[in-house]
Design a protein around this ligand. Sequence first.
Ligand code: URP
Ligand code: ZN
Ligand code: ZN
Length: 463
Amino acid sequence: MPLLIKNGRIITATDDYRADIYAAEDTITRIERSIDESKLSKKTEIVDARGKYVFPGFIDPHVHIYLPFMGTFAVDDYESASKAALVGGTTTLIEMICPGPKDEPWDAYQLWKSQAKKKAAVDYSFHMSVVRFDPKVREQFRRIVNDGIASFKVFLAYKGALDLSDEHLFAAMTLAKELGVIVTAHCENAEAIDAMQRSLLGANRAGPEWHGPSRPPVVEASGVHHLCSFAALTGAHVYTVHTSCDDAVREAMNARYRGVDVWIEAVAPHLVLDETYAAQADFEGAKYVMSPPLRDKRHQDVLWNGLRARSISTIATDHAPFTFEKQKKMGLDAFTKIPNGIPTIQERVDLVHTYGVTKGRLSLNAMVDACSTQAARIFGMYPRKGTIKVGSDADLVVYDPKFHSTFKAADSQSKVDYCAYEGWERIGRPTAVTVRGEVQARNGKFVGTIGRGQFIKREATHG
Ligand code: URP
Ligand code: ZN
Ligand code: ZN
């Protein structure tokens, strides 16, 4: 059905103007000051955006949906994650494929793709994790890239599970350079963390409040330094995921000044939550255990300022949903057994609007850049995604900046049993969210079609 969005204030990463937007089918075909609806087909769906912003569909470039991890599985599936993403204004997501060290990459890729097929209502792609790199896997990674996956993921953390040896890291980055794909990286140091975890547990420091001290900022900074050194040696382009602290941002910026092609991602939890949340009594802190951990509050200013200066490129979520009652409590006797992750896929855009834009930390244009446009550019989807242009997909978010409420688990579409931002002030919400011209969410409700989400093939852009 054709779509007309009328009377809105269109905000992209660079522009701010009033116009109507028309999509005959999947893509935007007209953007004009005023489009006469009486001349359009009677079947046209008309959305009145008077008094509202119209943003390009938001892109979350770092989520986990199907995730076997720390002895359990993340609770969302593509149906619940899509609904949560859409009501929160996210129309495209990039999920991390995280196989085990013995799994074959091609099989893992097929498994992850099968989870999304027929269940996704958002458009989606994947980053392909390299957890082992031997001659047998080389051709499989080439095939995966040829199939439209233009990014790798590596973990410099999670000893014995997802971490990669230096020998394999170097080989993977050399292949990434050859294929022109960017390497996204979880930057810490698996060995140092393992040693510190054992020492803390040995001293009976086993509660969730000890998770942070087991992986301090210097560990993350050393991971960023390590990744960037390998990037300098191999020429690969790199992207530091969930960059949480001043120390790590500085390492990436220093590498950039040395000529390394490095991009920086922040995630919503690190922008608004600090380490005191993970130290809450009665095991409540477990809800806030993620890696890298929540930091001292002073790091939040560095992240917001980096975003404002656009030296930090993106705001993702690192959505990794584990229930409090059944899954987080696996770590009642030791913080090392608490599944790591904070679910945020639904709340990201409203958090950034409430705590970034309305507090004067970020302009609307910078919000769009960080939550949509940069992800499309860095990961090879621009201008199909990430902007509002004739020819772009009609992924649009009509946003009411005057809506006032609070964040609550009762509104959540995710299967997780808590909201990390319960009771917090919330200013703004998406009132209509379209994916390729069809309204998929309205006023916090999913109204779309499960299975409509498409796999987005991405081109290598870092050659
Ligand atoms: O705590 C986190 N971040 N959990 C998900 C896995 C990862 O490291 O991204
Ligand atoms: Zn990570
Ligand atoms: Zn992650």
